[in-house]
Design a protein around this ligand. Sequence first.
Ligand code: PEP
Ligand code: MN
Length: 353
Amino acid sequence: MKKPFIIAGPCSAESRRQVLDTCMALVGKVDMLRIGVWKPRSKPDSFEGVGARGLAWVAEAKQMTGLPAAVEVASPHHIESALKHGVDALWLGARTTVSPFAVQAIADALRGVDVKIMIKNPVNPDVDLWSGAVERFGAVGFESRNMILVHRGFSCYGRAKYRNAPMWNLAFEMRTRFPETAMLCDPSHMGGAREYVAEIAQTAADLRYDGLMIESHIHPSEAMSDASQQITPDELGLILSSLQWRDGRGNDPSFTRRLEDLRNEIDRIDTEIFALLSRRMDIAESIGHEKKSHDVAILQDKRWRSIVDNIGARAAALGLSSEFVRTILDAIHIESIERQNSAMNKVRSADND
Ligand code: PEP
Ligand code: MN
């Protein structure tokens, strides 16, 4: 396989024109086309793809561009239709890799078939599930050279910078388990927004991935799925030409990976901290309403001292300095009193109306 191997194309086939215009504009930039016709979506009211009729457009795009093409499959029925239309590669989406029954049914349907299979990481950060999928294809006769791993990041609770957290370490563990299997990165689904595609692609290049899978649409803002993360073929060309695929000398991929993981972890934690603080202040406000209706003063010295003592002791056990804990608690206290105060004032002005 050529390195870096670049796969690009629309998230979804929407019309014959959109597929052909996009794919023709990708010629000279990519090694393979990706075109989703069946779209596994979290919500049933989202666009779920044009289905099998899109396969005729895929076949036409292949013919017009001279490029091989891949589609996503999630059932033996999809495989049968896709193979009839001469697709060169199939991919398992994150929502399929997560299901051992579905993966087994697909592997069984592909026994003895000469096609490339790309296996995206499962939605959740579980290396055994991802690795189990590879083993199921291995067991029906797929050799390493016919399998490709696609790292698209993992869904995590709470909002973070990227739509799906990279967790580079998990992908690295897969590389250790399957050293002969190529690994691509999908910056589109990882970042979830077009402004992140270039930076994630460069990280993947620094980490010596074998290539990229990127969503590209001739009119991204009009796309019927994943509009915010698709880029035009021209933008893709610019990104690809600015990427530096290093040879590994002079930079330490495990350092970059660790740093990236740690930063993502910090982003997630910060998001959670502020979500919790916001909930805490909402509760303080409700207490303000209650105190007002029972004519109780806002500042309850005893209660506050007991919070400081309790949290102070617990924080010390967690290795946080008492100055730091006191600074944070004071800031929380001030904001909390302000919220209670304004809640009381609101009640007062309502009373006066
Ligand atoms: C896709 O590639 O269009 C797709 C649905 O991706 P994922 O399975 O990574 O969400
Ligand atoms: Mn998509």
